[in-house]
Every structure is written in C-alpha cells, then in structure tokens.
Ligand binder design. Sequence first.
Ligand SMILES: [Zn+2]
Length: 355
Amino acid sequence: MGRDEVSRRRLLLGGAAMAGTAVLTGAFGTGAAWASGSPPIIDCAGWGARPNSDVVPVWNQRPVRILVHHTATPNVADLGRGAADQLARAIQNFHMDGRGWLDSGQHFTISRGGFVLEGRHRSLEVLRGGRQQVEGAHCTGQNVVAVGIENEGTYVGEDPPAQLWNRLREMCAYLCTQYGIPPTELYGHRDFKNTACPGDRLYGMIPRLRGEVAGMLGQRLEAWETQRASWPLLRRGDRGPVVGAAQYLLAAVGLLDGAPSGVFDTGTDAAVRRFQQLTAAEEINGLLGGESWPLLARTVHKGEGGAAEQAVLVLAAERGAESIPDTVDAAVWQRLLGTDGVPIAVVMDPVGPPR
Ligand SMILES: [Zn+2]
C-alpha cells in the first residue's frame, strides 16, 4: 500500500512531455518459452468497481519492475469468487474514501482463492497492450515504473495459500512477458519503503518467486541470481551487528541517545523516528527499511573516524577477513549488511520483533 498522489498533476505534465520516448527493450519478448499467456483476470466491471473519480494517468513507458504487497487483511478461509470481489470493492472504497485517491491504488489484486482482479481502472487494458503504464498509488516513488500487486492476507507468520502463490507466479510471468521485465526485477514493498509489507514470510519467498517465474519463462537462474541487493528491515526487538551498525549511523547524525548496544530498543526506535521526521519520510513509524537506509548509510571513507566509520567496522568485524574498500558506498553497505545476496556472517537474531 502507498498513500501519495499529491504530485499526480505535475507527473501528468511530465508524462505528456515523455510521450513518444523510446520504451525499454526487454531481454525477451512475447515469444518466450512460457506459452500459457495470461491467467484469467477479472476486470473492474466484473467485480463491480465504482467509477474512478478523476482521469487515470497513463504513461507512455513500460514498467521496469513488479512490487509484491500483502493487503494486511485477515487470512480468510473463504476462497470463493464472491470473497475476491468483495475484497476488491473494500480496497477501492478504502483508497477512494479513506485515502482520497481517484481509484484503487494497486494495479492488480490476487485473492487467497487465486482470483486475479484488476485494481485501478485501465490497468488490464494497458497490460494487454504491453507498451504503457497506468500510474498507480501503491509505493511512492515507484508508481510510474512498477506494477503493484496486492496479495490478500497477512504473511508475517504464515505462507500464502498455494492458490494465491500459483496465480502470483502466473501473473508475474505474464507481466514479465508483456513488458520485457527480467524475472529478477520482482521486489517487495519494503525494498523501497519503511514497511513490513509484504510480511516476513511472503518477502522471504521473493527469491523463490524470481526463480519460479524465470522457469516459467524458459530461463534458469542460479540461486545467487535470485537475490537482489537491497536493505534490511529493522524494527523493535531485532538485535545483532546490523542493529549495532544502524545505531552507529544514527549516532553519527546525532540522533541516538546512549551508546550503540546491538539491540533495537525504545531508544533506537525513537532515534529512527527522529530520523524519519528529519528526512520527511512517508511515515513516522520506527521501521528502518528501504526508504530510510539509503539516506542513513552515507558514503564513508577509510580513516575518517567517527561513528559512521564505527558502523562499517562493526560489520567488517562480523565478515571476518574480507577486505573493505576504502570508500564505502551504497553497494558496499548492502554487501556489508548482507542484503546483496552473498552469504555472510551477519545474521539477524531470531529473537523476534513484535509480530
Ligand atoms: Zn505494500
């Protein structure tokens, strides 16, 4: 879920200016090995959508990635079509009446029973064409470049049902085919925002999703190729050297009261919230994720001294004898933090956060 459409009109102008620009050339086209085509998709009329309240912006460019969300709604036992339609209507009502958006924010919805539904109007028509992107409202900063799929349920401690998973794979494979999106370009909402979405369990399945979608497209990914560089999601209750490094970085900007302890406690939570306020984060929620990490993990130079270099040293110690470049930029941070797919010694303590 996202919340921001304030700059829609400005982006619309940008979209008009970009009309006619070249689209991305995909690694593969519609002639891919996977020949099953589109899964069945229920369009807006099919589930009884309200009309959108304003023009749906459509950009003359193809999306370059897919973002996986969960709806954070109950894991209902009703897997029928009626429940799927009801879910789509409830989300649309919430987004239009609660958020004030012009329509549903996500492009597509998948119910626990495996029904795929169009979210925002025109998303299906535009997908069929394979050349354009409906501007969504599912993740600020990604809405014109990423297709957003809302998966019904809450997957923090439970896996999605097979019906949902299978449809998600099919939908991703179809999107990849239509838009030339590499199957490695599937991400979770938390890769870009300070959010638990799409839940620890579903998020943990995204490398598998990349591999399975690749397989459906007749490609084969090695295990390491299914990993993509990103940032860890830290929150209260987490512990370990990654937390310690975050604390040193918060100390480096003067926001941490007390000494780094390696435990994400109430003081760390308060420091993260102050950082979120200072950086105008979308939400002030104490979650340190893909929105705040790139701002917090600034470039550090060897020998500069200070708390930011201490953050590097904490992680370097965990990694043993591996050499650390003299300049630690975002890519090096991701390697040190263990979120670039290379197995490392930095492990999040299984003592869990509040679920
Ligand atoms: Zn989300």
